[in-house]
Design a protein around this ligand. Structure first.
Ligand SMILES: [Zn+2]
Length: 415
């Protein structure tokens, strides 16, 4: 292990503890965001601020030749659930037992935020403060509201903050848990709202109405029998879809035939399938049903949420993670493998079944994206979430090596 990383291991652990002890639910990231900005100011980066949506941003400016990189991670956590299931641990009072730190957000993904912070601190202390400028900018972006799957913080960063603060970006590294492997692609996820329509009537005379729920039955049948639905395979196996909710309007006990029925669909898909393909499947199903029954009427659209960030920024955000896949021979992927192997790590190439901000950076904004950190993928969102300290510190060292490789820095600077 690089001597500087070894020597600062305790600092890393203490910083991680501090981040875990701040309860940063989605929409409530203020304290964590300010804590990160303050920490970056302390190490003397060129700029550190919270942006309009509440992201924590910090920049080490280079000479402008590039590459310009963004190191990112989400600040929000999912709730801890039933605290009885955490005993003997407490979700926001991190404790280390047998080399593992327990607490909500340890692996997902405060270890990643801490790793990136410490790697930038290593660059400040061993390179920048010694008088050497990097050829490109390193920008840290700790984003808000990743967990609700609407990518609110990353979208704002890419569409507003970058221009406002003259931030350039050739490649994004996301420090989501990857067990120190390199995640270079991600399965797509879309939440759809399907509605069928009818006509209200008194339930004592149902023949006078059109029951929207009845019209949903053939739609549900098509979904469960995968009739007209193409489920392609990707690196994680066969994709899927399922129905996660159903409701009618007017609902309850109003003695009323419902004139609207709504279902929620969770659809997973591959990089080959576009939004239009996914939505088009449902439109084709509806067309067929309407040909059989002229009274049948249905619509399909993506799910949107009205999001408000801790700064009061509001946006109608889409619950959607388009799929993406980096080429194995992409320059940044090749270099990340080389840099990590150079310090004795043995990363494997991975593909993620879950959603990350890579959908916003790579699928939508076409910026090369790589996911890497020492977080443990299998414990995310569960009780007694933990991170292995050795693995997390390796992730920190990995970021030092990746940055050093990109800017042609001798690793001896960190020895
Ligand atoms: Zn995460």
């Amino acid at each position: 292990m690089l001597k500087y990383v070894q020597d600062t291991k305790n600092e890393y652990v203490e910083f991680l503890k501090k981040l875990v002890s701040i309860r940063s639910y989605s929409g409530e990231e203020k304290e964590l965001s300010e804590c990160l900005v303050e920490a970056f100011k302390e190490i003397g980066v060129d700029e550190a601020f919270t942006d309009g949506v509440g992201n924590a941003v910090a920049i080490i400016r280079g000479t402008g030749e590039g590459p310009n990189i963004v190191l990112s991670g989400h600040m929000d956590i999912v709730p801890e659930g039933n605290v009885d299931l955490w005993v003997p641990f407490k979700p926001y009072e991190p404790e280390i037992v047998d080399g593992k730190m327990y607490g909500r957000g340890t692996s997902d993904m405060k270890e990643g935020l801490a790793a990136v912070y410490c790697a930038m601190k290593a660059i400040m202390e061993n390179v920048v403060k010694k008088g050497q400028r990097l050829s490109g900018d390193i920008t840290f972006c700790g984003v808000v509201q990743e967990e609700p799957a609407v990518m609110l913080g990353m979208k704002y960063f890419l569409e507003h903050t970058m221009e406002e603060h003259d931030i350039k970006c050739d490649v994004v590294y996301i420090a989501e848990p990857s067990n120190n492997n390199l995640t270079t692609g991600q399965r797509g996820k879309m939440e759809l709202v399907v509605k069928t329509y009818g006509k209200c009537a008194h339930s004592s005379a149902p023949e006078e109405g059109i029951n929207a729920l009845e019209h949903m039955i053939p739609v549900l049948k098509a979904i469960f029998e995968k009739d007209g639905i193409t489920l392609l395979e990707d690196a994680a196996g066969k994709t899927c879809l399922t129905v996660t909710n159903i409701e009618v309007k007017p609902g309850g006990t109003l003695s009323c035939i419902p004139d609207e029925c709504e279902i929620s669909i969770d659809r997973r898909f591959t990089p080959e399938q576009s939004d239009e393909d996914i939505i088009g499947e449902f439109e084709a199903i509806f067309a067929k049903l309407q040909a059989e029954n002229p009274e049948f009427k249905a619509t399909v659209e993506p799910r949107y949420f009205d999001m408000v960030s801790w700064t009061g920024y509001e946006e109608k955000a889409r619950k959607w993670h388009p799929s993406w896949q980096m080429d194995r021979d992409n320059e940044y992927v090749v270099r990340a493998f080389k840099a990590l192997e150079g310090i004795g790590q043995t990363p494997k190439e991975q593909y993620s079944k879950g959603g990350t901000d890579g959908s916003m950076t790579c699928a939508i904004h076409k910026i090369p994206t790589i996911i890497y950190s020492g977080g443990e993928g299998s414990v995310c969102h569960k009780e007694k979430e933990w991170v292995d300290i050795e693995e997390a510190v390796k992730g920190y060292e990995g970021y030092v090596a990746i940055i050093a490789d990109l800017y042609g820095l001798d690793l001896k600077l960190f020895d």
